[in-house]
Design a protein around this ligand. Structure first.
Ligand code: C2E
Ligand code: CA
Ligand code: CA
Ligand code: CA
Length: 278
């Protein structure tokens, strides 16, 4: 028995070592990727449910590794967050999105606003407000064309002063969205204190909207809350027209999802924008 336990223990520690090695290897390749232009932003359109008009674009990071192909941000963002890389990647995302907007404007391509994702770690160690202000300044794009998506975890974090930061971002004229709303900390008090514009209903609720009473109740509650507080409510991950119909019935303002469009690389999005005429 004891022998068996020892055996499983040593197996477990071997496993840990190899996963730590994999993480370090990914960190090294990710740093290389950042410095050698292997990262890019894809853009997923957001739509007004009632009018069908395009209201925004969410910038989603992609890593094209020459050996491994496309690596999901769900895999490499956590690695970046555990190292100091998230600061550099976050800065790159802000600047890249602003430069892309400026490029489109310069070429007469009309776009709605662009939303970027900001992770909690990024805020702990780096000055988001300065980075955003610098990028707006360098590119000259109107601040209202930029939206910052934060998760509830960021807002509840004790290590930063999210209230001050959010008000400073608001001062710049940037819009603010709460990402994955309803999945994180359950304090709603911050909705009153923070200058928030958009609540994004997490895909997990959209997925179960038609099959789970609980999910449906959560979605309905978020929509009512949004209405009462004068916030825009956007549902993520809409894949079926039945989901969309139900969201419309509940009074949800906007949606995003494969039903209408996946995240697109810049060249495909441009073809689409030019034919679409925002
Ligand atoms: P998120 O911010 O919640 O983004 C939504 C994710 O759902 C995206 O995955 C998007 O491609 C996917 N999605 C959108 N519509 C649908 C749909 O109808 N069906 C399905 N199955 N999926 C849909 P993605 O691009 O793989 O990103 C995953 C996560 O990685 C993001 O979740 C976000 O937390 C993080 N991430 C992405 N880009 C960035 C970034 O630039 N910075 C940071 N810090 N995090 C990022
Ligand atoms: Ca997001
Ligand atoms: Ca989300
Ligand atoms: Ca998410």
């Amino acid at each position: 028995k004891a022998k068996e336990q020892r055996g499983s223990l040593s197996f477990f520690s071997d496993d840990l070592t190899s996963s730590a090695r994999r993480r370090l290897d990914m960190e090294r390749r990710l740093r290389y990727a950042l410095e050698h232009g292997e990262l890019s932003l894809y853009y997923q359109p957001q739509w007004d449910i009632e009018t069908g008009a395009m209201t925004g674009l969410e910038a989603l990071i992609r890593w094209q590794d020459p050996e491994e192909g496309l690596i999901s941000p769900a895999d490499f963002i956590p690695v970046a967050e555990q190292s100091n890389l998230i600061g550099s990647i976050g800065r790159w995302v802000v600047l890249e999105a602003c430069r892309q907007l400026a490029d489109w404007r310069g070429r007469g391509i009309i776009t709605p606003r662009v939303a970027i994702n900001v992770s909690a770690q990024q805020l702990l160690y780096h000055d988001l407000v300065e980075i955003v202000a610098g990028a707006l300044d360098e590119t000259g794009i109107p601040p209202r064309l930029l939206e910052v998506e934060l998760t509830e975890g960021v807002l509840m974090s004790a290590a930063v002063s999210p209230e001050k930061m959010l008000h400073e971002l608001r001062q710049l004229g940037v819009r603010m969205a709460i990402d994955d709303f309803g999945t994180g900390y359950s304090s709603l008090a911050y909705l009153k204190r923070f200058p928030i514009d958009v609540l994004k209903i997490d895909k997990s609720f959209t997925d179960d909207l038609l099959t789970s009473r609980e999910a449906s109740a959560v979605v309905e509650t978020i929509i009512v809350l949004g209405h009462k507080l004068g916030l825009t409510v956007l549902a993520e991950g809409v894949e079926t027209s039945d989901q969309l119909e139900e969201l419309e019935r509940l009074g949800c303002h906007q949606f995003q999802g494969y039903l209408r469009s996946k995240p697109l690389p810049v060249n495909e999005l441009e073809d689409f924008l030019i034919s679409y005429k925002c």
